[in-house]
Design a protein around this ligand. Structure first.
Ligand code: SAH
Length: 464
């Protein structure tokens, strides 16, 4: 997918100041499943064009999608995403031009609010049924002249008819930061592909990026709904806030936003786990089921820990952890302290022995219950650290999440979400069997009768 923004305003090269991107250099930004390149095919005083080219790896892209709902087995190999990854275009715009989007230009502040003539080309963009009309209805009220070219499925085989892909050209006089925010919101709003997990954070982005124009847009409802991919509750919340901007989101509404809640909750979990490990006096620590390394990143900042191990069954997660930790560029002294290994927690593993503390943050619920006894032996009998800090969701709390139907779990890979009682029975069993003492505590804000969203046990070895 290629986005090209051109201006022919006299002194057109000023565009590069506004964009904070040097006109004579190609630059790239990394995306989760590929990169975006920024370059200027023309940059002189009479015309200046900047291009943002998405270079998406289709396999990585599809694999990076948590719950890809596809009934087509080869979808990860054969898909249109490298060419039309609209949500990535938004991400790329935000990454590549964040300063411009925020309306900041320290070198030439006078340019920020200048209305300039622009021409924007987007090739190619997918649009749903009635695509051309919709594209017009979204862009024209913002002052653009829209031309749309619909591509046939195959130029050679006319009878196959039209595809759902369009090249779109927009012409209009705009402030650059507003133009970028139009594209940021309207490009993904036109794509019906469900691209990322829509969360309250998306509502924030929508309101923040669209604050100056969305409330007055005649299609604001449709844009909001499409941008938020039809998640009823979120759309309602966003609509309420668009029509009554001064009103805060009600608390009970926030409670239904699982993802957002989970993210904040997760930070809290990691912080509490870190504190517990620090308080145990451990010098060496193993984070088992370390995932993409969020806890490892906190651990490595603490001088107390002289040896840190991250283990996960998933090479992909380990790869992400290595990236998050910048293992490639790590100073040798830091690198000596940390290692990442692949392994499964249900098989005895000598490499896990000799650590003072073990963290197991949101891991056990990913294991089949009939594998738990094996897991218990690996951790509590073989590795046998002095301290184990373990967290798991509290199933009692699920009724607070409005979007979960009864009995539904928070994550598709969870095999169980224990009630507080079930957790406590299991913790007692581990203590009795393997000679540990434990303390259980809630993690996250407690709700009446159902406790906190997550639960933590801190085990301490009693026998030597
Ligand atoms: N602890 C991390 C990740 C939690 S997600 C965090 O708090 O952010 C659960 C992780 O456990 C996943 O990365 C998954 O790959 C890993 N996992 C699941 N079963 C495992 C097993 N049997 N052995 C090792 N890791 C496992």
């Amino acid at each position: 997918m290629l986005l090209k923004i051109t201006t022919d305003r006299p002194g057109a090269r000023d565009l590069s100041y506004l964009l904070h991107k040097h006109p004579d250099r190609m630059q790239s930004v990394k995306l989760t499943a590929g990169q975006a390149h920024i370059f200027y095919p023309v940059a002189d005083e009479s015309a200046c064009s900047v291009c943002l080219l998405l270079d998406i790896n289709p396999i990585e892209y599809i694999r990076s999608q948590k719950r890809e709902n596809t009934d087509f087995a080869l979808a990860q190999y054969v898909n249109d995403r490298p060419y039309v990854a609209s949500s990535y275009m938004s991400v790329a715009i935000a990454r590549a031009f964040s300063t411009a989007m925020n309306g900041t230009c320290s070198q030439r502040p006078d340019l920020v609010d200048e209305v300039m003539p622009f021409e924007v080309t987007i090739a190619v963009m997918p649009a749903p049924k009635g695509g051309e009309g919709l594209i017009r209805r979204l862009f024209e009220p913002l002052g653009y002249t829209v031309s749309v070219l619909r591509h046939p499925l195959d130029k050679e085989v006319q009878e196959w008819g039209e595809s759902r892909y369009y090249t779109v050209a927009l012409r209009g006089r705009q402030r650059l930061h507003e133009l970028l925010s139009h594209l940021y919101i309207l490009i993904p709003a036109l794509d019906s592909h469900k691209h990322y997990w829509v969360s309250e954070r998306e509502v924030e982005k929508l309101l923040q990026k669209g604050h100056s124009w969305l409330p007055d847009h005649p299609e604001k409802e449709q844009i909001t709904r499409r941008y938020l991919k039809g998640l009823g509750g979120l759309t309602r919340s966003a609509m309420n806030r668009l029509t009554e901007p001064e009103e805060d989101t009600p608390d009970e509404y926030e409670n239904s936003l699982i993802k957002e809640k989970r993210e904040r909750l997760h930070d809290q979990r990691l912080r509490i786990a870190l504190e517990a490990i620090k308080d145990s006096g451990a010098r060496t620590v193993a984070d088992l089921g370390c995932g993409d390394g969020k806890l490892l990143r906190l651990l490595i900042k603490e001088k107390q820990f002289t040896r840190i191990l991250g283990m996960d069954v998933s090479p992909r997660e380990l790869q992400k952890a290595a990236e998050r930790l910048h293992m490639d560029e790590m100073a040798p002294r830091l690198k000596e302290r940390i290692s990442l290994i692949q392994g499964a927690l249900t098989y005895r593993d000598k490499r896990l022995a000799g650590y003072d503390a073990v963290a197991l943050i949101e891991v056990i619920e990913h294991m089949d219950t009939d594998r738990l006894p094996a897991f218990e032996r690996v951790v509590f009998a073989n590795a046998k650290p002095r301290t184990v800090v373990l967290t798991t969701p509290n199933g009692d709390y699920n009724e607070v999440f409005e979007q979960l139907s009864a009995g539904e779990l928070r994550h598709s890979d969870h095999r169980f979400e224990w009630s507080r009682e079930e957790f406590s029975i299991w913790v007692d069993h581990v203590c009795d069997t393997y000679g540990y003492q434990a303390r259980i505590m809630p993690v996250g804000e407690e709700a009446e009768n159902v406790g906190a969203p997550s639960q933590m046990a801190i085990f301490n070895l009693t026998e030597q």
